[in-house]
Write a protein that binds this ligand. Structure first.
Ligand code: 13P
Length: 255
């Protein structure tokens, strides 16, 4: 079966002592029960080395960065590169989160370049996509999200998409408490899988985990994850609560 993944996105939260305490608590609560179940923790840059060392030997847990620059090195004061992250032992990276798109004006072309540099340095991208409320209300969300995929991913030959993770995060559901229904998530995930299949073939499309993000909590994860094309979640607010995140991990499909 495809990997089933609970991914935490801490965003820009927590001081070092708080991050250490939450990491320890998450390690205690985020227990998986099958090899296809995985946990990814995406945290602010300063905490990455700590997280790498605290999770050493825990093969079901991977550490992710939330962003990187699109160039490998150079005079870009304040930025962090993909080779730096790879040299720390980071394995995953969020690319295209809606907050990066909205507040830092990252467009599809820049995101394609970030995807390339991440792959070049052996990082697994978690490519985030999702529509704003006005697009959902206009009923054009399928085409909107398919275009995000086409513009940032489909310059890659199909075989390079293998191993990629996708997170569908409708912007109207992020941090709002308004979750997409399980049916809305399933419909979009199945649609994305068929868009990928047209580019890369059914076999490869069937292997790509597609996570849902947007107000996922312990109380709604089970219903969302029960859908056949929802392979877990990318979790913001609830990932700052170790007990609730543990419930989300516990809601991943068993088989
Ligand atoms: P919330 O779970 O807080 O809605 O955030 C979702 C998200 O943006 C994860 O990347």
């Amino acid at each position: 079966m495809r990997p089933q993944i609970a991914a935490a996105n801490w965003k820009m939260n927590l001081t070092l002592p708080q991050a250490e305490a939450l990491l320890d608590a998450l390690l205690a609560t985020s227990r998986t029960t099958a090899p296809h179940q995985q946990v990814i923790l995406a945290m602010p840059f300063p905490y990455l080395p700590l997280a790498i060392s605290r999770t050493a030997g825990q093969s079901h847990i991977s550490i992710a960065a939330q962003n990187c620059h699109h160039k490998p090195s150079g005079a870009y004061t304040g930025e962090v590169s993909a080779p730096m992250l790879a040299s720390l032992g980071i394995t995953h990276i969020l690319i295209g989160h809606s907050e990066r798109r909205e507040y830092f004006l990252e467009d599809d072309v820049l995101l394609a370049a970030k995807l390339d540099i991440a792959l070049e340095h052996g990082l697994t991208p978690v490519f985030c996509c999702g529509e704003p409320l006005r697009v959902r209300e206009a009923g054009t969300h399928d085409a909107f999200v398919a275009t995000q995929l086409r513009n940032s991913l489909f310059h890659l030959p199909p075989e390079r998409l293998a191993g990629l993770l996708i997170a569908y995060e409708p912007i109207w559901a992020i941090g709002t408490g308004r979750t997409a229904t399980a049916e809305q998530a399933q419909e979009m995930h199945a649609g994305l899988r068929s868009v990928i299949a047209r580019h890369a073939g059914d076999t490869l499309a069937a292997t790509i985990p597609i996570l849902y993000g947007g107000s996922v909590k312990g109380s709604n994860a089970g219903e969302l994850f029960s859908k056949p094309d929802v392979d877990g979640g990318l979790v913001g607010g609830a990932s700052l609560d170790a007990v609730d995140f543990g419930r989300i991990v516990g809601a991943l499909k068993q088989a």
